[in-house]
Design a protein around this ligand. Structure first.
Ligand SMILES: NC(=O)c1ccc[n+]([C@@H]2O[C@H](COP(=O)([O-])OP(=O)(O)OC[C@H]3O[C@@H](n4cnc5c(N)ncnc54)[C@H](OP(=O)(O)O)[C@@H]3O)[C@@H](O)[C@H]2O)c1
Length: 240
């Protein structure tokens, strides 16, 4: 039975992935910044893991010891025009979305190398390829994450470790609804327009996306890149 670690499982896609993969009989290690947020979830193991914190990641790797597959799902976002973004908030986005993944790669590569196999699944976003207005910081963090994954894939391939990048479409979660918005008088109009637009974007239910991601992991574990349009095509073909 394969052991899977999922980051950011307190809600949204991460939570849905825990449920889906648990039902498919994997040994799921669900992780969240605060493990109490996982109390109502069924999983093989539940741990606290804050990927923005060096000590938290080191503690997790000591607790886990063995893992076949990791889903790097945890991420944060903020919204706002480049001119108005608070620089410390932007650094925090990178600390989670980029450095968080780097911490996970560095901490867990030795475990997978020792086993001679492993799969890192990385939840990225279509915005990594083209940023809409007000999403520049998030998009840049995901683009940096993508480049990190690309180099990492080639470096660890000789150890039997595979690296899959998934460009997700919009998901019906709290991420965008609860994001901190920065703006000023010069950007009031575009801020309002984007807000209205986002309110009307339904997004894919996380439970459906979790099924499609699980299908991809099982059907083609050696895939390097799953495009957003392919996810959508699969969702339309099977689940609507
Ligand atoms: N939502 C979209 O439209 C969309 C579109 C494309 C791609 N994605 C990507 O899909 C993935 C899941 O997004 P989602 O929509 O499910 O987001 P979400 O509902 O906001 O959930 C994000 C999860 O990440 C966790 N997290 C945040 N900071 C963390 C940290 N420092 N350490 C560990 N966990 C942390 C959150 O935990 P807490 O409860 O502790 O905050 C939460 O469980 C992300 O990688 C996101 O970038 C989302």
């Amino acid at each position: 039975m394969k052991t899977i670690l999922i980051t950011g499982a307190s809600r949204g896609l991460g939570r849905a992935l825990v449920k889906e993969l648990n039902e498919r009989n994997y040994q799921v290690i669900a992780s969240a910044r605060n493990s109490h947020d996982l109390n109502d979830l069924q999983a093989f193991q539940k741990i606290s893991l804050d990927i923005s914190n060096d000590d938290s990641v080191l503690k997790a790797v000591e607790t886990i010891k063995e893992v076949d597959l990791i889903i790097n799902n945890a991420a944060v976002t903020i919204s706002g025009p480049i001119e108005a973004i608070d620089i410390n908030a932007a650094k925090e986005v990178f600390n989670v979305n980029f450095f968080g993944a780097l911490r996970i790669f560095q901490a867990f590569t030795p475990i997978m190398r020792a086993k001679g196999q492993g799969l890192m699944v990385n939840i990225s976003s279509g915005t990594a390829q083209q940023s809409p207005p007000l999403q520049g910081i998030y998009a840049a963090s995901k683009a940096a994450f993508d480049r990190l994954c690309e180099a990492y894939r080639i470096e660890v391939q000789p150890f039997g470790i595979s690296v899959m990048q998934i460009h997700s479409t919009g998901i019906a979660t709290q991420m965008r609804k609860e994001q901190t918005i920065f703006t000023n008088e010069y950007y009031a109009e575009i801020t309002e327009r984007v807000k209205q637009m986002e309110q009307h974007m339904a997004g894919v239910p996380p439970e459906i996306l979790a099924k499609v991601i699980a299908n991809n992991i099982e059907r083609r574990p050696l895939a390097t890149f799953v495009r957003a349009q392919d996810l959508m095509a699969e969702i339309k073909a099977i689940y609507t």
